[in-house]
Structure formats: C-alpha cells, structure tokens
Ligand binder design. Sequence first.
Ligand code: 2HG
Ligand code: ZN
Length: 461
Amino acid sequence: MNQDVLADLSSRLPGLRLLTDPGDLEHYGRDWTRRWAPAPLAIALPVSIEEVQGIVHWANERNVALVPSGGRTGLSGGAVAAQGELVVSLARMNQVLDFNAVDRTLTVQPGIALEAVHGAAREHGLIYPVDFAARGSCSIGGNIATNAGGIRVIRYGNTREWIAGLKVVAGNGELLDLNRGLIKNSSGYDLRQLMIGSEGTLGIVVEATLRLTDPPPASQVMLLALPDMDALMQVFALFRSRLSLQAFEFFTDIALKHVLAHGAQRAIDGDHPYYVVTEFDAVDERVQDIALEVFEQGVEQGWISDGVMAQSEAQAAALWRLREGITESLASHKPYKNDISVRIGAVPDFLQDIQSLLAREYPHIDVVWFGHIGDGNLHINVLKPASLSDADFIAQCEHVTKLLAQALQRHGGSISAEHGIGLVKRAYLESTRSAAEIALMRGVKATFDPNGILNPGKVFA
Ligand code: 2HG
Ligand code: ZN
C-alpha cells in the first residue's frame, strides 16, 4: 500500500529524492521531543519550489498528510511525523540566493542553518540578530515556522521582526510571494506575518528575505549571583536603567549543577540559588565604571551576592556557556518542558504564584528554572526521576501544566512563549487564546489548507 503511494509520487515527480530506510524514518520523523515514536510514510527531499509545489498538489489529490521539516530542533513536537505522514525536509534547499546591499537583505532558502545565515550576514559587515543555542542545527524555515525568539529578543525582538519577504507554498499548492522586501506596505492583510509562527500548518516556507542590521557596539558580559527570586526583576530594572542591554538571562543552582557536570567551568564560588548572565553595550571605559557602580548598588540593596565581569572574549563565551549549555545538559533526564511568558511587569507576581504551585506539585522532583527573564519568558524543565515510568511522569506533568495554564490565564500570559504549540501544548491552547480567537484560527487554517494536509494535529486537534 505504502509502496503504491510512493510509486505514484515518484511517477509524478521523477527527480524527487525519497528516503524510506528505517534509520532515515527515525531520524527525520522526530524533533528534540522524544515522546512520540517516529512513523513517517517516507522522507521527501525537494530541491526546488516547483518540487515542493508538486508534492503539495499531489498530497491534496491523494489525501496524504505532510510534515514540513527543518532542523527538527523544536521542543513542541511541531515536526514530529508519527502517523504515516510524508516528511517534506527542506534540508537540500539550503543556499544563500542573494544579498542586497541597498535594501540590506539576505535572501535564503529555508533549509539553511541559522549559523550559516549569521556567517553570510557577517561577510557583508552586517548581522542577522536572532540568536540561540541551537544555531548550528536549526534552520531558518523552522525559525520562521515558530517565530523563534532566543537570547537577544530584549534588544532585537523575535524572528518576525526580521522577515522582509516570504515565499510560501500554501496548503492548496499555490505559491505566495508575500511582502517582497517592502518596508512599508499597507495594502491589505499582512499574510507574511500570519505565516510566521504558523508551525507549518498553513504553508511551507520555500524562500525568505531577511533583514540585516549593523553589528552592535563592543559589549561586556557579566555573571551575577542572586540571593532569591525577588531580586531577579529588581536587578533587571536596575541594570536596564543605566545600561543598554543586549541580553538578560537567568538560571538556577540546579541548572548550574547540570551544566557544570556537562563540562562548563564554574565562574563564581559558593552556593547561590539564582544566577543572571547579562550582556550590554560597552563602548568605552565609562560604561565599565557604570556597570561596577550598578553592581555595587545591587550588592548594597541585597539583590546581588556576587558577580564576575568577563575579562576576555574567551571568558565571555565561558559565561554564556553556563546559560546556553543548559538544554543539552538536561537532555538525558528526559525533561518535561514548559515555555511560558507573561508581561515583564507581571513577572514578580506571577513568579510568586507559580513558585509555591511548583514546590507543592513537584515535592520530590527536580525542577529547573531558566530563561529569558528580561522578556518575561520562563523555561521550566521538570526532570524525570528514574523511579517513574515515562507515562506516569508525563501524566503528572500534564496535571501541573493545567494548573500552570490557569495561573497564566490569571496573569494574562501565554502557554508558549517561543517554542510553539505543536503537539505538546495543544491541550492548553484554550488557556491563553479565547474561543473567538481559536475559531478564527481554524477558519484561517481551512482557507489556506482546505484539505487539511499540512501538519495535521499540530496546534489544533
Ligand atoms: C533556551 O532558551 C531554549 O535555551 C530551550 O529555548 C529551552 O530547553 C528549554 O526548555
Ligand atoms: Zn528559550
């Protein structure tokens, strides 16, 4: 049966590369979540927009579900193919197509890695400023599909700020050329923005024109140790009032324990419950003095217990590793991940609320807190104890996530700040989106993908 379907696809698109080896099905059938057993029909590796269109037209006619696939570093199951879907990997469409010096844009294919985009921008003396730890493995198409955020959002915003144009094959097979690099365009609905963050449920990104910008001035990186969670936002307000921040990230002592066990270097002695890595513009010596002044002020107020300022690029990288290495250092513990956000102003009350909730609900389980606290975005990784089965552990975490979702509703937050809804957060979409909004979203889905072939089951059931 599967053979017949694939033979049909091959006769329709004779040049299309298809993979069906069990190892490939396993590799391309999952993302960084490990909850679902991969079971795709096959993997298609198109090399052109025409081939992508051909696949989508064929899938509509034959009623075959498609899972668009980038670097599969996602954490919400958005790229999982566990139901006999055809995975459409954009891995072979990974070239830089154009650089426009006047527009300051870079046009790329969707399968290019974020790190390669960074490199291409740098070759022209510019930067593409969205950045995060998975930069080497994730693809720009996947970044666009989730409106990826990362560690520089505080300065530069999310992916959506940097997409000047998008070519997309919609669920009905039509090729849309959206916004075409325009800075100003008030001619109707902005379908480009609708595509960004749609998790492969409305269309497949086949080309993107990225906005580039000037590199930031020289910067300074500091690691701070804090005595309690309340101090986090106090220190943030203090640093932001005097310094021009490029990043403000936090993590807890448990995160530090794991990242150190994974090879990172300790930078501050002693036991401290909370840490902050911050980076700020440091154009001249004066900024160093201001940073020290601000640091002293924080110490006097009792908000900062210790700190270190990087003395070299290597030391700055070592400090960043303490934050950026967390996800990898936790992977073997099969963490259950929450990726939540509230307005920056709501963070202190929200933290109070959920701190007691999590302490009560996970009394004997390690809960690792970290994330982009300067954006109001918190990552909570709950580590599976060896004594619990996968199923029991997930059931317990789902129960707590329901309570967390209620807290988010009370505080006006979001159940997914930057990782997307995918399969993992689907049951909680109603907690932070109204019934009216969801009904409109379903309508949008039906318009772009009338036969429901694009990433079915993701975002909505
Ligand atoms: C990060 O900020 C990523 O490091 C991953 O968004 C977060 O592993 C996580 O929960
Ligand atoms: Zn993050």
